[in-house]
Design a binder for this molecule. Structure first.
Ligand SMILES: Cc1cc2nc3c(=O)[nH]c(=O)nc-3n(C[C@H](O)[C@H](O)[C@H](O)COP(=O)(O)OP(=O)(O)OC[C@H]3O[C@@H](n4cnc5c(N)ncnc54)[C@H](O)[C@@H]3O)c2cc1C
Ligand SMILES: *[C@@H]1O[C@H](CO)[C@@H](O)[C@H](O)[C@H]1NC(C)=O
Ligand SMILES: *[C@@H]1O[C@H](CO)[C@@H](O)[C@H](O)[C@H]1NC(C)=O
Ligand SMILES: *[C@@H]1O[C@H](CO)[C@@H](O)[C@H](O)[C@H]1NC(C)=O
Ligand SMILES: *[C@@H]1O[C@H](CO)[C@@H](O)[C@H](O)[C@H]1NC(C)=O
Ligand SMILES: *[C@@H]1O[C@H](CO)[C@@H](O)[C@H](O)[C@H]1NC(C)=O
Ligand SMILES: *[C@@H]1O[C@H](CO)[C@@H](O)[C@H](O)[C@H]1NC(C)=O
Ligand SMILES: *[C@@H]1O[C@H](CO)[C@@H](O)[C@H](O)[C@H]1NC(C)=O
Ligand SMILES: *[C@@H]1O[C@H](CO)[C@@H](O)[C@H](O)[C@H]1NC(C)=O
Ligand SMILES: *[C@@H]1O[C@H](CO)[C@@H](O)[C@H](O)[C@H]1NC(C)=O
Length: 533
């Protein structure tokens, strides 16, 4: 998507609505920049001369180079291409921004947003860069704001809250907390970013006991569209606090997450890999695990079916939140003869490093999601559909398709109600839910159409089956959704409307809708409305 088109879109909006509605006034922006300590005289701008939207990103780039020379990268710098290569998926690496800005503190983030508004330059925000589709956290021809410099981690004196800069990756947080015997609710692979995972929800090994990552944020420090930095928590901007728990990048740029800590030692964890003839037994074990999960809140299971070397393997990733070996909750899995067994007692950083190995950077990637009621038939239908469809691309280079199923148990949805609840629209009355994560890797752009078509077909077929059998749950998990899925409306009409009103209140000029176009927005449209066919 060209920036030219975006700028044109912004101009079209501007001509339809009065100027006062579409943007913060130049004077207000300049005042806030000055309050941030930015030398606005260097911008050569007065309220009458501001070249709003005229080649905005070029002017913004010159301004950033002038004001923040050591924090701005343009294509002239050798490290520019290193930066564009720093995403997890190849699709995001193919995007070339006009400039890259690396804030060193929250005020720098505020200044970047204000300057982007001043010059009407579209922007994207990157934390760990693990969103898979292009434009999610990088922007063609625009300003990419890289939060990796916001990497502070501190622990409150009573050790109950870890304050984590939004540019950290999870393994650094876990390594920091481990010597204290503590941890937080976060990602399960080392280099996932704190920012994206937490703003979209965030499933951890400990979610049965504590809920998702967003349910354990006691305070968000967030830069609003006005450039003002506020704390959103249960007693300060509680509506914004609610919206940030699952609402994604729509309300502001979070600069710091204050996370509730919990006591955490080593885990009994690893994988059991089963040959195809054990697949049905694995379905049974996983189904009964789902039924019983809520009886043991220390347990977590990620159940995978993967196709490699012409064979379908079932892989049970089992994690137990203490050092108990083979607890009863896992014994249906451990009773099945495994082709390979890597279960061991490991520290949390060790577990996340182990899973990192299976998720290399730089390949083509796509993930898709859906949510169903948990039944054995639904699981079996997902496996059968996956196995039928994936072989259509059997010869694709570097092809590694996986069907990944997890349970959102009533333990998890009970925890989601704390602190006023989150925005996701899930409740214990939904019962135990089956969360679909299709996760495909491949090597060659020439196979994109075929593989996206396969992913779309598996998703559509499983949803159709669920609907026909009364097993469909509308919810789409943002962090697993593809660009063809409309996430925010899936939270339910009431939450969708509430999110839009929170946005109207804190972002009256809709900066985070119009100038930050990537990922899942409050328009409720899928980022790409042309479903692969
Ligand atoms: C290998 C792998 C393992 C994964 N494991 C898990 C897992 O265990 N649990 C789970 O729930 N999910 C998991 N995911 C999904 C993951 O949560 C999403 O991919 C998430 O978006 C990654 O966050 P990030 O910061 O790395 O991504 P980014 O691509 O940097 O960001 C994703 C989106 O969030 C926005 N964003 C980032 N930071 C901020 C901020 N501070 N303020 C406002 N908006 C922000 C970005 O603008 C972007 O739109 C995994 C994904 C991969 C690829
Ligand atoms: C600001 O404008 C003046 C007069 O047009 C020009 O001489 C000067 O170089 C400009 N400064 C910058 C930093 O662009
Ligand atoms: C780019 O990355 C390579 C490989 O990681 C590294 O050797 C090189 O120093 C980097 N260059 C710059 C300019 O950062
Ligand atoms: C990082 O944390 C330290 C210790 O709490 C603090 O002194 C410092 O100001 C913080 N830095 C930033 C950029 O927030
Ligand atoms: C909530 O925000 C207020 C206002 O900034 C702050 O004083 C308070 O400490 C915050 N509460 C938490 C739990 O961080
Ligand atoms: C682990 O948890 C189980 C079940 O909660 C408990 O019975 C056991 O004592 C715990 N073991 C350790 C080593 O903490
Ligand atoms: C194990 O499987 C049996 C059915 O084979 C089921 O009755 C039982 O509840 C399961 N146990 C657990 C802990 O999942
Ligand atoms: C894959 O390649 C083999 C050998 O060339 C061929 O027989 C088979 O039909 C191909 N499969 C697909 C799905 O293209
Ligand atoms: C989906 O599951 C696979 C396999 O466990 C995992 O590697 C991948 O990171 C998951 N996808 C997401 C988006 O979490
Ligand atoms: C949207 O997806 C279609 C395939 O369904 C693809 O052809 C098209 O290029 C995508 N559009 C954008 C803007 O990425």
């Amino acid at each position: 998507m060209g920036v030219a088109r975006l700028v044109v879109a912004a101009l079209v909006t501007a001509s339809l609505v009065t100027e006062a509605v579409v943007a913060q006034s130049t004077d207000a922006i300049l005042r806030q920049l000055q309050a941030n300590g930015v030398d606005i005289t260097a911008l050569n701008i007065t309220s009458t001369t501001v070249p709003r939207a005229q080649k905005g990103c070029s002017i913004l780039t010159s301004a950033l180079v002038k004001l923040f020379p050591s924090q701005t990268l343009t294509s002239r710098e050798a490290s520019f291409s290193n930066w564009t290569e720093s995403f997890w998926s190849q699709q995001q690496e193919e995007v070339t921004p006009k400039s890259i800005f690396k804030p060193a503190c929250p005020i720098d983030v505020s200044s970047a947003v204000l300057l982007a508004e001043l010059f009407s330059c579209p922007f994207a925000v990157k934390s760990g860069g693990h969103a898979a589709f292009s434009g999610a956290s990088n922007i063609q021809g625009g300003l990419s704001i890289d939060l990796s410099g916001l990497d502070n981690i501190t622990l409150s004196s009573d050790q109950t809250v870890a304050s984590v800069g939004a540019g950290n990756v999870w393994v650094d947080v876990y390594n920091y907390l481990e010597p204290y015997g503590l941890s937080v609710i976060g990602g399960r692979v080392s280099t996932i970013g704190v920012g994206g995972l937490t703003t979209g929800g965030g499933i951890s090994f400990f979610s049965q006991e504590y809920g998702w990552a967003c349910d354990n944020v006691v305070n968000y420090e967030v830069v609003l569209a006005s450039g003002i930095i506020v704390n959103a928590n249960v007693s300060s901007y509680p509506d914004l606090y609610w919206a940030l728990r699952g609402g994604g990048n729509n309300f502001g740029i979070v600069t710091r997450f204050d996370l509730r800590t919990h006591v955490q030692g080593s885990l009994w964890s690893g994988s059991l890999i089963y040959l195809p003839e054990q697949s049905d037994e694995a379905i049974d074990a996983f189904y009964y695990y789902g039924v019983n999960a809520a009886s043991d809140s220390k347990s977590a299971v990620i159940m995978n079916w993967a196709y490699t070397q012409g064979m379908f393997f079932a892989v049970a990733d089992l994690e137990y939140a203490n050092a108990t070996i083979n607890p009863p909750i896992f014994q249906n899995f451990t009773a099945i003869p495994a082709y390979q067994n890597t279960m061991e007692v490991r520290t949390l950083p060790e577990v996340t490093d182990m899973f990192q190995v299976d998720n290399p950077d730089g390949l083509r990637e796509s993930y898709w999601t859906a949510t169903f009621a948990l039944t054995k038939e639904m699981i079996a239908y997902c496996v059968e559909t996956f196995e039928t469809e994936v072989v259509r691309a059997a010869n694709a280079t570097g092809y590694l398709p996986a069907l990944v199923l997890q349970v959102i148990s009533t333990d998890v949805t009970t925890q989601m109600q704390k602190n006023g609840g989150n925005a996701l629209g899930l409740s214990p009355s939904d019962g135990n839910l089956l969360l679909l994560n299709l996760s495909f890797m491949w090597g060659d752009i020439a196979d994109d159409n075929l593989i996206l078509n396969i992913l779309g077909a598996i998703t559509s077929k499983t949803i159709a089956y669920a609907k026909a059998n009364g097993l469909y749950k509308e919810y789409l998990y943002m962090n697993y959704a593809s660009q063809y899925q409309a996430v925010i409306p899936s939270y339910g009409t009431e939450n969708f409307n509430k999110l839009k009103s929170v946005s109207a209140k804190y972002d009256p000029y809709q900066v985070f809708q119009n100038l930050e176009p990537g990922y899942f927005k409050l328009s409720g449209q899928a980022p790409n409305t042309t479903y692969p066919s």
